[in-house]
Design a protein around this ligand. Structure first.
Ligand code: GRF
Length: 207
């Protein structure tokens, strides 16, 4: 069966990357080949997770590149060299410009820790998202997987999973619950679905 070559872009701990690695090891990503993990921080723990799983890694930093344009060009080159077809942003803490996203229409997936469009957009990342949800008093939050375009958190929504907010929640507790009950399940499932669709389209166009 043909697989889609996927790059996972990371910046930090990489628990979502781990969820993908574990799903692949369980045979739950039959249409996915995790072909590259690219980090914009050389010390990201996600790089160790990738190395342990035998996935090639690259580090591309904004500082070394010198400008956003050069940074994105270096990412593009790394992706092309690895023959990448789909990109997953899994805790990638850098906003990509239209110059980059326009080259990958409906080919970049992002996992966001809220039910978009709530708590999305510029400044809505990491623990802040859960702080905002608690401050607003929502009783349900969750995670969203969406395609990435030039609007932060604005691309087409692919899948969502709701998670209950509980009395006494702190941002940290809520973040952990959203990861365990939503992100780590939703991201592998959605990636597999998109990759399966892509292989079907490829097979049709090969006929
Ligand atoms: C996750 O909460 C994800 O939704 C957000 O960034 C965080 C990354 O965590 N985009 P990890 O690096 O996957 O552990």
């Amino acid at each position: 069966m043909s697989r889609v070559r996927v790059a996972v872009l990371v910046s930090g701990g990489g628990t979502n990357l781990q969820a993908l690695i574990d799903a692949a090891a369980r045979g739950q990503l039959p249409h996915v080949e995790l072909a590259l993990v690219l980090s914009n921080h050389k010390n990201a723990f996600a790089l160790q997770r990738a190395a342990l799983a035998g996935i090639p890694t690259r580090v591309v930093t904004r500082r070394a590149a010198g400008s956003q344009e050069a940074f994105e060009a270096a990412i593009q080159t790394a992706l092309e060299q690895a023959g990448i077809e789909l990109i997953v942003l899994a805790g990638f803490m850098s906003i990509l410009s239209a110059g980059f996203t326009d080259r990958w229409p409906e080919c970049i997936l992002n996992i966001h820790p809220s039910l978009l469009p709530a708590f999305g957009g510029p400044g809505c990342y990491g623990l802040h998202v859960h702080e905002m949800a608690l401050a607003r008093g929502v009783k349900l939050t969750g995670a969203t997987v969406h395609f990435v375009n030039e609007i932060p958190d604005g691309g087409r929504i692919l899948a969502q999973k709701a998670v209950a907010v509980e009395d006494g929640d702190t941002p940290e507790l809520l973040q952990r619950r959203v990861m365990e009950q939503a992100e780590w399940i939703l991201l592998p499932q959605t990636l597999e679905r998109v990759a399966a669709e892509r292989t079907m389209e490829r097979e049709k166009s090969d006929v």
